[in-house]
Design a protein around this ligand. Structure first.
Ligand code: NAP
Length: 163
């Protein structure tokens, strides 16, 4: 079985999105996302896929989950459930679940690791959230702290592994 890793940028109040877009575009975080996921399959919900301005992310298998039987787009593999997506990557060493809220909600139960970018902000008008992380189920790794000059927020990278 592939190692399943969730990767997400989340605020203090568990917010991850608003009106179909990210809450913050921290270039250092987006670069890190690219470096970590490059070469690995990425699994996402249909809404997250449609939020990409330039279509599928290059250098990675883009696996898109939808209930629409006839959904299709160039450069993606379409599946009807998270289980189907996991079956597609079973022979891979590692795969990433990259969102959004609906897919994280389902994937947190099967993920081996959580790659978090924790952003020190509370966003009142967010409409999409990451599920609650039960601290009894996860071991926190070392934190790497940063500041984004453009948005003015502090943030940190931390990886949680399932106990
Ligand atoms: N902060 C971050 O790291 C991060 C990462 C990714 C996304 N986001 C944000 O999250 C938001 C999008 O998240 P979202 O929750 O609205 O949507 P989403 O999880 O990206 O996609 C939801 C769609 O996935 C499909 N789906 C969900 N569960 C399914 C199931 N059990 N079986 C089959 N298909 C299923 C459905 O597609 P159909 O409607 O086509 O059937 C559903 O509408 C955006 O604002 C985005 O920017 C944030």
């Amino acid at each position: 079985m592939a190692q399943i890793s969730i990767i997400v940028a989340v605020t203090r109040n568990n917010a991850i999105g608003r009106k179909g877009d990210l809450l913050f575009h921290i270039s250092d975080d987006l670069r890190r996302f690219k470096a970590i996921t490059m070469g690995c399959p990425i699994i996402m919900g249909r809404k997250t896929f449609e939020s990409f301005p330039k279509g599928p992310l290059p250098g990675r298998r883009n696996i898109v989950i939808t209930r629409q039987a006839d959904y299709a787009a160039a450069g993606i593999e379409v599946v009807g459930s998270l289980d189907e997506a996991l079956a597609l990557v079973a022979d891979c060493e590692k795969a990433f679940v990259i969102g959004g809220g609906q897919i994280y909600e389902q994937a947190i139960a099967v993920a081996d690791t959580l790659n978090l970018t924790e952003i020190d902000a509370d966003i009142d008008d967010a409409d999409t959230f990451f599920p609650a992380i039960n601290p009894d189920e996860w071991v926190r790794g070392d934190e790497e702290c940063h500041h984004d000059d453009k948005s003015g927020v502090d943030y940190r990278f931390v990886c949680l592994s399932r106990k």
